[in-house]
Design a protein around this ligand. Structure first.
Ligand SMILES: *[C@@H]1O[C@H](CO)[C@@H](O)[C@H](O)[C@H]1NC(C)=O
Ligand SMILES: *[C@@H]1O[C@H](CO)[C@@H](O)[C@H](O)[C@H]1NC(C)=O
Ligand SMILES: *[C@@H]1O[C@H](CO)[C@@H](O)[C@H](O)[C@H]1NC(C)=O
Length: 338
């Protein structure tokens, strides 16, 4: 009895609990089933939505693709990145093979705020602009590649002399420029130099000295010029056509111009080296692409070695026959020993 008594309430309780539990489980089951059906019903359209979204994004990405390529370049406004009053100018009408590496080298050597301008012919500008590296510099606002319209021409040295001694050229094409580094296809600056071009900005003109005790380092193949001073001279002087080279013409005038500061050939002879040797200059100009080398700089094998050790970039602009293609029995200074 006690057992039955004990069992009955427990049993009925268990039974009623069991029924209740079963009912709750059923309800949960039904809800779960309904939810599953609903889900299953939604699934295809869900799939479709995801697919549509993905397709849309994909199409958008494809649509953006060319724009992405164009937007890639100027992260910084070129006006902020570069100082428009500092320009390195190279004028060259011939499509010389080393123009691209020479330009890129010069870009890497000059302080980063300097801009570059290459003035050439259709042919030389085309040859320079074919390189990806120069295209990048041009799109970035660092480098201008230009063919000037008539009356300007760059086919001969005299054309270039006329251009550089014409006030209109500075007003029309270098209007914002105050400091101009003029370099040529046969001049180079040396990465091993401890100096920066910006150290020379207080000069109105600095170039290479022509002789040992030259009072003016004025040779223009690799020279820094102050454009306001150049314009001052051109304001009251004009060069006759077919006379002396522009650097000599300017030199005669700038050395007597009141207030102008020119690099002295005896004290500041290390800006560029052309005719007179100096240890560790900022750069070299090797006139006529090495056809008429100055004895003082190139004749002795020791000086040649010193030049090339200090400035290996010289090899870029020189024919490099000096060391290798020599005659038998020659003393390395151009004399045949018998
Ligand atoms: C450009 O450079 C010159 C000389 O270094 C400097 O005086 C001038 O402030 C610079 N201009 C700008 C806009 O940075
Ligand atoms: C240079 O190219 C331009 C445009 O392509 C052309 O109009 C011009 O005549 C060319 N000049 C020379 C000198 O070939
Ligand atoms: C010098 O040459 C230019 C062409 O480059 C010409 O326009 C000018 O008239 C010439 N000047 C003289 C004085 O002959």
């Amino acid at each position: 009895m006690t057992v039955a008594m004990a069992t009955t309430p427990n049993g009925s309780k268990a039974l009623s609990n069991g029924v209740f539990a079963t009912n709750r489980t059923r309800i949960v089951l039904v809800i779960a089933l309904v939810a599953t059906w609903l889900f299953a019903g939604l699934l295809p359209s869900y799939k479709q939505t995801v697919k549509n979204l993905t397709q849309k994004k994909y199409n958008e990405a494809i649509g953006h693709f060319p724009a992405l390529k164009v937007d890639w370049h100027p992260r910084v406004d070129s006006e902020v990145q570069f100082n428009s009053s500092k320009v390195a100018l190279l004028i060259e009408g011939r499509p010389i093979p080393h123009l691209v590496p020479q330009l890129l080298h010069m870009i890497s050597i000059l302080p980063p705020d300097w801009r570059f301008k290459f003035i050439g012919t259709n042919k030389s500008v085309m040859s320079v602009s074919r390189s990806f590296a120069t295209q990048h510099q041009a799109l970035n606002g660092k480098l201008d590649l230009v063919v000037l319209p008539k009356p300007w021409a760059v086919d001969s040295k005299e054309d270039v002399y006329r251009m550089l001694t014409d006030l209109r050229f500075y007003n029309d094409h270098l209007s914002e420029v105050e400091w101009m580094l003029k370099f040529e296809s046969d001049s180079i600056m040396c990465a091993n130099s401890g100096e920066t071009l910006d150290d020379w900005l207080h000069y109105d003109w600095a170039g290479a000295s022509r002789s040992k005790n030259d009072n003016f380092a004025g040779n223009g193949g690799l020279s820094l010029r102050r454009i306001s001073t150049v314009k001052r001279i051109l304001g009251f002087q004009s060069r006759y056509n077919d006379t002396e080279p522009e650097d000599e013409w300017f030199g005669k005038r700038i050395t007597v111009l009141p207030g102008a500061k020119v690099a002295s050939g005896t004290e500041e002879n290390h800006f560029s080296v052309e005719d007179t040797w100096f240890e560790k200059p900022i750069g070299y100009h090797i006139r006529d692409m090495g056809k008429t080398l100055a004895d003082d700089v190139w004749k002795s094998p020791e000086k040649r070695k010193a030049n090339f050790d200090y400035c290996p970039e010289l090899a870029m602009i020189m024919p490099m026959k000096l060391e290798r293609e020599r005659c038998e029995g020659e003393d390395k200074e151009g004399n045949i020993l018998l």
